[in-house]
Design a binder for this molecule. Structure first.
Ligand SMILES: *Cc1c(COP(=O)(O)O)cnc(C)c1O
Length: 374
C-alpha cells in the first residue's frame, strides 16, 4: 500500500477512538471454549423482549423483500398515542445511537462545539469528533459528592459559548448510573439560550422509580423548544438486537433530523416489534421488578465484600473493585462471566455490572467472590 489512508481521513476521524462494545458471548465461547456464559456487560434486558414483539416479528417475516415504511407511520402513531404528543415531534432511529448522530449531523460543524461531561456515554465524543466539531468536556462531580462522577451542570454551563450548538446529557448516565434531579435539570434548561440544543438521553428512563426524583424530560417540551429527548427500545424493552430508538423534539428540529436521516434507517422487523412492545405494559413491569430485586441482590453481595458502588437508577451498577477493574474483568471472563471494564470512561477501578436474572446475578456474585479472594 503506497497511500497512507490514515493521513487522508477527515481530521476528526483520524484521532477517533471507536466505541468499545461489551464482549459478545460468542467471542468468549470461541476464545475460551466455555459453554456456560453469563453476560452482564451491555445493559440488556435479561427477560428478553415481550412475547408480543416476537409474534409481530414472526408475522412480518414474509415481507422481508419489501422496504420498510421509511416514515415509520405505525410506530410513530403508537408512540404518539402512548406519550400524548404529536407525531411531528418524533424521529425514529436505528437505535437511539442513530438519533444522537442525526442531531450531531444536523447541528454540528468543524467550527462548532458540543458540551458534555466526563464519564458520560461514549457515543457523544464519537458523533462530535466524527464531524470534526470540538468537544468541550466538563469536569464531573468529585468522588466525595453525593452523585460521585455524575454530571456537574454548573461546570457544563461554564463551557457554553457562542460556538456551542449541542449539550449532551445522559439522565441517568451510563456507565455511572448517576442522575440529575428534577429541579437542577429544570433550572439548567431555563438558563441555557434557546439557540443551544440540549439532548437529554433517557435510554434508561423506563427503569427510573419515582422516589429518585429523576425527571421525565418529555414534560418540558412546551417550555424548551431547544430540547431533544432520546429514548430506546434496546434496554427495558429488550430489543437491542433489532436497533430501534427515537427522539422527541420540536417539529422544526424533527424536520431537520429527518433531512439527514437515511431513508430507511429503521428496519421493518424493528418497526413492528417496537410497536408491539409498547403495548405490553406488564412485560415492562416484570422487567422492572426483576431489575429492582437484582439491584438489591447485587448490592447485598457487595457489602460484605467491602465493595462500594456508585448510586444507580439504571439496570446496572458501577462497582469500585479497589484495584484495576480490567484485571478483575479478565479473571471473571476466564470463568465465563462478562462484565464491563470502564477504564476507557476514566473509571479504572470500577466495573459496570448489568443486572441480570436472579440466577445470573448469583453466578456473577459467586465468581466475583472467588476472584477477589484468590
Ligand atoms: C445503551 C444506551 C444508548 C443507546 O443505545 P441504542 O441501542 O443505540 O438505542 C443511548 N444512551 C445511553 C446512555 C445508553 O446507555
Amino acid at each position: 500500500m503506497t497511500c497512507d489512508y490514515l493521513a487522508l481521513a477527515a481530521p476528526g476521524v483520524r484521532t477517533l477512538q471507536p466505541y468499545q462494545p461489551g464482549k459478545p458471548e460468542s467471542e468468549l465461547r470461541r476464545e475460551y471454549g466455555l459453554s456456560h456464559i453469563v453476560k452482564l456487560a451491555s445493559n440488556e434486558n435479561p427477560l428478553g423482549p415481550s412475547p408480543r414483539a416476537l409474534a409481530a416479528v414472526r408475522e412480518a417475516l414474509g415481507e422481508l423483500a419489501r422496504y420498510p415504511d421509511g416514515n415509520g407511520f405505525e410506530l410513530k402513531a403508537a408512540l404518539s398515542a402512548k406519550l400524548g404528543l404529536s407525531m411531528a415531534m418524533l424521529t425514529l432511529g436505528n437505535g437511539s445511537n442513530d438519533v444522537l448522530e442525526l442531531a450531531a449531523r444536523a447541528f454540528l460543524t468543524p467550527e462548532r462545539e458540543a458540551v458534555f461531561s466526563e464519564h458520560a456515554f461514549a457515543v457523544y465524543p464519537i458523533v462530535t469528533q466524527a464531524i470534526g466539531a470540538t468537544a468541550r468536556v466538563a469536569k464531573a462531580h468529585p468522588p466525595e459528592h453525593p452523585m460521585p462522577y455524575g454530571h456537574d451542570l454548573e461546570a457544563m454551563r461554564a463551557l457554553i459559548s457562542d460556538r456551542t450548538r449541542i449539550v449532551f446529557i445522559a439522565n441517568p448516565n451510563n456507565p455511572t448510573g448517576t442522575w440529575l434531579k428534577t429541579a437542577e435539570l429544570e433550572e439548567f434548561l431555563s438558563s441555557i439560550p434557546e439557540s443551544v440544543i440540549v439532548v437529554v438521553d433517557e435510554a434508561y428512563g423506563e427503569y427510573v422509580e419515582a422516589e429518585a426524583d429523576c425527571p421525565n424530560a418529555l414534560r418540558w417540551h412546551d417550555r424548551f423548544p431547544n430540547l431533544i429527548v432520546t429514548r430506546t427500545f434496546s434496554k427495558a424493552y429488550g430489543l437491542a438486537g433489532l436497533r430501534v430508538g427515537y427522539a422527541v423534539s420540536h417539529p422544526q428540529i424533527a424536520d431537520l433530523l429527518n433531512r439527514v436521516r437515511e431513508p430507511f434507517n429503521v428496519n421493518s422487523l424493528a418497526l413492528v416489534a417496537a410497536a408491539a412492545a409498547l403495548d405490553d405494559v406488564s412485560h415492562l413491569e416484570r422487567g422492572r421488578a426483576v431489575n429492582r430485586a437484582g439491584m438489591r441482590q447485587l448490592q447485598d453481595a457487595c457489602r460484605p465484600l467491602g465493595l462500594n458502588w456508585l448510586p444507580s437508577i439504571g439496570n446496572f451498577l458501577c462497582v469500585d473493585v479497589g484495584r484495576p477493574g480490567r484485571e478483575i474483568f479478565l479473571e471473571l471472563l476466564k470463568r465465563g462471566v462478562i462484565v464491563r471494564p470502564v477504564d476507557n470512561y476514566g473509571l479504572p477501578r470500577f466495573l459496570r455490572i448489568s443486572i441480570g436474572t436472579q440466577a445470573e446475578n448469583a453466578r456473577l456474585i459467586e465468581v466475583l467472590n472467588a476472584v477477589l479472594k484468590s
